[in-house]
Design a protein around this ligand. Structure first.
Ligand code: HEM
Length: 176
C-alpha cells in the first residue's frame, strides 16, 4: 500500500515536473518580443507562478518520493544511471530559473536559441530517465574501475533486500 501510494505520488509529480521543464522555455519571451506592457506582465506573472508554485514543488516531490522508493525496491545499476539523468533535469531546471530571473532585470541578454536549447536538453534528459526506468537495462560492470565495485556484497543499513546489490536482477521482485 505504501509502495503503491509512493509510486502514484512519484509518477504524478514527474508528470508535472517533466511537462513544466518542456513547456516553460517556450514562455521565456523578452519584453521586445511581445506586443505590449499588459502581455509582458501577464506572461511573466504566469511563468513565475508556474515555476514557483507548481513545477518546483513537483520537482521536490518527485525527488523525495523517488528517494523513498529506493527503500522499497530491489534497485539495480540502471537506478544510478537514472540519477545521473535526473541530475541533468535538475540542471536544466536551474537554468530555466536563472533565465526567468534574468527576464525580470532591466538589461536582458537571453537569446531566442536559449529556449530551443533548454527545450531539447530537458526532453533528452527526460527521455533518458524514462528509457532507464522503463527499460531497466542491465549495465555491464566490467568497464567500471575496481574501487567503484568495492563493498558490493555488503549489507546496507535500512535496505531490506541485501541480495539486490550487483545481482543483475530486473528490480521487479519488489517486497510490497
Ligand atoms: C532523485 C530522483 C528519483 C529517484 C531517486 C527515483 C527512484 C525511483 C525508484 C526507486 C523507482 C521504483 C523502481 C521499481 O519499481 O523498481 C522509481 C519508479 C519510477 N520512476 Fe523514478 N526516481 C527519481 C526521479 C524520476 C524522474 C525524474 C522520472 C521521470 C522523468 C522518474 C520516472 C519513474 C517512473 C516512470 C517510475 C515507475 C516505473 C515502474 O514502476 O515501472 N523518476 N523511481
Amino acid at each position: 500500500m505504501i509502495l503503491l501510494t509512493l509510486k502514484i505520488v512519484h509518477i504524478a509529480a514527474i508528470a508535472v515536473w517533466a511537462g513544466g521543464l518542456v513547456a516553460l522555455p517556450a514562455l521565456l519571451l523578452r519584453n521586445d518580443e511581445m506586443s505590449g506592457r499588459a502581455a509582458v506582465v501577464s506572461l511573466h506573472h504566469f511563468s513565475r507562478f508556474a515555476h514557483d508554485a507548481l513545477i518546483s514543488p513537483a520537482a521536490v516531490l518527485a525527488i523525495a518520493s523517488g528517494t523513498a522508493l529506493i527503500f522499497f525496491v530491489a534497485a539495480d545499476h540502471w537506478l544510478f544511471l537514472k540519477l545521473v539523468a535526473v541530475a541533468g533535469m535538475v540542471g536544466v531546471h536551474m537554468l530555466i530559473a536563472g533565465a526567468l530571473d534574468q527576464l525580470e532585470e532591466s538589461v536582458v541578454r537571453l537569446a531566442p536559441w536559449n529556449r530551443t536549447v533548454l527545450t531539447i536538453a530537458a526532453s533528452l534528459f527526460i527521455l533518458a530517465v524514462l528509457a532507464l526506468v522503463l527499460g531497466r537495462p542491465v549495465i555491464p560492470t566490467d568497464w567500471m574501475p575496481e574501487w567503484l565495485l568495492e563493498g558490493q556484497d555488503g549489507e546496507l543499513p535500512l535496505i531490506s533486500d541485501g541480495s539486490s546489490a550487483g545481482s543483475g536482477s530486473s528490480g521487479r521482485d519488489t517486497p510490497i
